[in-house]
Design a protein around this ligand. Structure first.
Ligand SMILES: CC(C)(COP(=O)(O)OP(=O)(O)OC[C@H]1O[C@@H](n2cnc3c(N)ncnc32)[C@H](O)[C@@H]1OP(=O)(O)O)[C@@H](O)C(=O)NCCC(=O)NCCS
Length: 269
């Protein structure tokens, strides 16, 4: 399907999000065609997972990245090569000088039931998905979130706190993933203000830091919350796929987004 399908256009300022539902593997023939796309190192890495469910998720994630990148550049899914940044952020290792791979970047996130892959060109981006049916770790709020975030969450009725927790958690993860630095960025050094419905307010503790990041939040399924952080005000186009089987465009409207121009900064402390 992927080699025959025409390349997808990715206009400047667009982000493509790909949602890939996953559960247990059930089709040995499909799994064999998935395995054929991985490198020997990836196959070894897959076999290090103890549980079959995790092996399958790893396999599906690698195949998703490879087949979807091949929708944007004339590269065979098996031929993509990847490198890691200093803090482990994977990126395309492009020695090929193919025009379509220039500036092409991705970020991905997985949780129970869903893998999310974000694709962009010449845009810094980070994506996070969480399964909101899992218990919210409200005990972590005072330790890990900025004081302003913890205060505004604590002022909500108890029944609303888990939802706010996942909104904050996914937004915080999307930011540290866009920066590519993981938990090197202290989670209380930046804060989101979510008390205005539909809005995402964002501020850094460091007044000289670059707070010009854009955030959007979506709920592609009743169980999953996604946040996307980008270096520009991007338009999100959503797709759903089962690799090597089917793909379709889906309409998922953001539940929250940064306001343009941004709201006045909220101090994190
Ligand atoms: C590793 C980290 C980038 C994301 O971890 P995570 O939320 O557990 O996992 P996700 O599924 O969202 O993302 C994992 C993917 O991010 C990508 N990734 C890894 N390091 C990355 C980095 N430094 N920057 C951006 N993306 C990164 C990888 O593609 C990885 O998937 P892969 O291993 O299958 O290739 C990092 O943010 C982390 O360690 N988080 C810990 C969780 C936490 O305490 N969060 C608190 C939020 S309030």
């Amino acid at each position: 399907m992927h080699r025959a399908a025409p390349l997808l256009p990715l206009p400047a300022g667009d982000i493509h999000l790909w949602f890939c539902p996953h559960g247990e593997s059930g089709d040995p023939a499909l799994d064999a065609s998935y395995r054929a796309l991985l490198t020997p190192q990836e196959l070894q890495q897959k076999d290090r997972f103890h549980f079959a469910r995790d092996r399958h998720r790893y396999l599906l994630t690698r195949v998703l990245v490879r087949t979807i990148l091949s929708r944007y550049a004339p590269v065979d899914p098996h031929h993509w090569r990847f490198a890691s940044g200093t803090f482990g952020r994977p990126r395309i290792d492009d020695g090929s000088a193919i025009e379509e791979t220039r500036g092409l970047d991705f970020n991905l996130s997985h949780t129970a039931g869903l893998i999310v892959l974000a694709i962009a060109r010449d845009i810094e981006l980070g994506v996070d998905v969480e399964n909101i049916r899992r218990p919210a770790v409200l005990d972590a709020v005072d330790h890990f979130f900025a004081p302003a975030e913890a205060r505004s969450l604590g002022a909500l009725p108890a029944a609303s706190q888990p939802h706010r927790f996942f909104e904050l958690w996914t937004l915080k993860e999307s930011y540290i993933k866009a920066r590519g630095m993981g938990l090197q960025i202290p989670l209380d050094s930046f804060a989101f203000a979510l008390d205005n419905p539909g809005d995402v307010g964002f501020a850094l503790a460091d007044p000289h830091g670059n707070a010009a990041w854009h955030f959007q939040q979506l709920q592609p399924t009743p169980d999953h919350m996604v946040a996307v952080c980008t270096s520009v005000d991007a338009r999100i186009v959503c797709h759903e796929t089962a690799p090597l089987q089917w793909e379709r465009v889906v309409e998922v409207r953001p539940t929250r987004a940064s306001r343009i121009p941004p709201l006045s900064p909220i101090p994190p402390s």
